[in-house]
Design a protein. Sequence first.
Length: 384
Amino acid sequence: MTVSSAAPISPFPFRLIFLLGLVTAIGPLATDMYLPAFPDVEQDLGGGAGSVQFTLGAWFLGLAFGQFSQGPLSDRFGRKGPLLVGLGVYALASAGCALASNYHLFCLFRFIGAFGGSASAVIPRAIVRDVATGKKGGHIMAQLTLVFGVMPVLAPGLGSLVLKIGDWRWIFWIGTLYAVAAIVGVLVMLPDTLAVAKRIRFRPVEILWRYQNILCEPVFFSNALITTFSTFVMFAYLGSAPVLFEQTLHFSPGAFGIFFGANAASFILGTQINGWLIHRVPMPALLEGAILWAFAIGCVFVALALAGVVGAAHPWLTCGFIVSITGALGLLAPMARSCLFPGMGTMLAVLLPCWGPCSSALVHSAACWLVCSPVEGPFQQQWG
């Protein structure tokens, strides 16, 4: 998309890529940083055994609903205004989580925070599409993913560190301060990449009609499915990780944080390999190779799990397979997003991340049921 703007935005400065990465990282911060505090949150708020995991479900559900609205809002009012409002809502909701006195109120604030924080998932990607498409867009997206990927590396370890000097509520106060810092950065540094002349007023019927047209495009649909299934895997992993590693594999909170960081580093490595190969290998061939890699490793992982080889008896072998699959997802994610046809603005940006959180609510609930169910079954027998 060619943008007419008062402020020059091409080539896109790295400082703005870094800022957008920090803004996008609000999602991993809100998801990953409090994972080591799950037992403390559950005990303090009194929601019952396994209840704290479903606060992730409230977060993912808020993302799913919020992202449907962010695209039309940023197409109508520009990128900067809706992003600032979303960050403000997230900051207030994060403070609400820190002050919550019961489980249901905590879940409500998680939902509201995700609804506002969804702007940080949609709008930065739309900004990238405003300034670049194709290989250039893929290269910027890989840089953005690098900055975004640092947060999953740091968040669980940082959460464990916070728990050593304070309680779990401190984690959400840190999230509030992070959002305030992002608001200041956006106000001071970020230009609005969508010119006033290109802003579009949508009616609800027109929005639904445009969604339908996009979904009928085979190029969009195939790449959206690739992104959706990779997001499906990541959210299933996030939903079951605390129970799997801390209760089934008996990792300490510190060891869990170290592995979580190593796994995120594998994702970052995949994105950077993508940035290096994208100028040397045709994008369809590179995307197909990443898909085959993830599929092959996944099939072997499932077969060994069913055979009882991986699981509680061999925790580090289990970790090795997870890290390998995550690396493949890091390789394919930027390509699947940048292979989409240009000219759809935030409608593309909203549909891609929105399908993942919509499915993740179901994925997370299923993962929690499989891991936490008191009924003995094949899963519990296989994983200890």
